[in-house]
Design a binder for this molecule. Structure first.
Ligand code: NI
Length: 173
């Protein structure tokens, strides 16, 4: 399996809308396996295909962390309902390394998606899972968590990342 490179903000591809997947086949499953491996190595608890440069509506999540691995694969996920009550969570993102901010989102949501085998499923997400699912679905629509912050805070984070990217490029020369 190949570990993929995660794209770091600012990058215009992270702002693009991903396309629906038409067929769940072995090729797609191979891509999902690679995404999962990339996410575990990073390490992170969620990864959208756009973050490795593939504009497909595809997400991998595993919020189990240290415990037994429990990955879920979401193909063409859609939010059906969101709760009125909100919760706040300090979010980070593999495409915004080292950056964190408290983001308020609906505390619960019901989603539908196709699973690893292409079967239609529904999931009622609560707690960290609800936050994670909404964060990842945002990626599929070109939205990052910093978009919920004030312009000042958002610009500050982007500036920091820009600087980091420059330094990183210098180091690998
Ligand atoms: Ni993210």
């Amino acid at each position: 399996m190949t570990k993929r490179t995660i794209i770091i903000e600012p990058d215009p591809i992270l702002r693009k809308k991903s396309d629906a997947i038409e067929k769940v086949d072995d090729e797609l499953r191979k891509l999902m396996d690679e995404m999962l491996e990339t996410m575990y190595e990073a390490p992170g608890i969620g990864l959208a295909a756009v973050q490795i440069g593939i504009l497909k509506r595809l997400i991998v999540i595993d919020i189990s962390k240290e415990e037994k691995k429990n990955p879920i694969f979401l193909i063409n996920p859609e939010i059906i309902t969101k709760s009125k009550n909100k919760s706040v969570y300090e979010e980070g993102c593999l495409s915004l390394p080292g950056q964190f901010a408290e983001i308020e989102r609906p505390a619960e949501c019901l989603i539908k998606y196709l699973d690893y085998q292409g079967k239609q499923k529904e999931l009622k997400a609560t707690g960290l899972m609800a936050t994670c699912v909404q964060h990842e679905i945002d990626h599929l629509n070109g939205v990052l968590f910093i978009d919920y912050l004030s312009k000042l805070k958002k610009d500050m984070i982007i500036k920091r990342l820009q600087k980091k990217k420059k330094e990183f490029k210098k180091n690998i020369l």
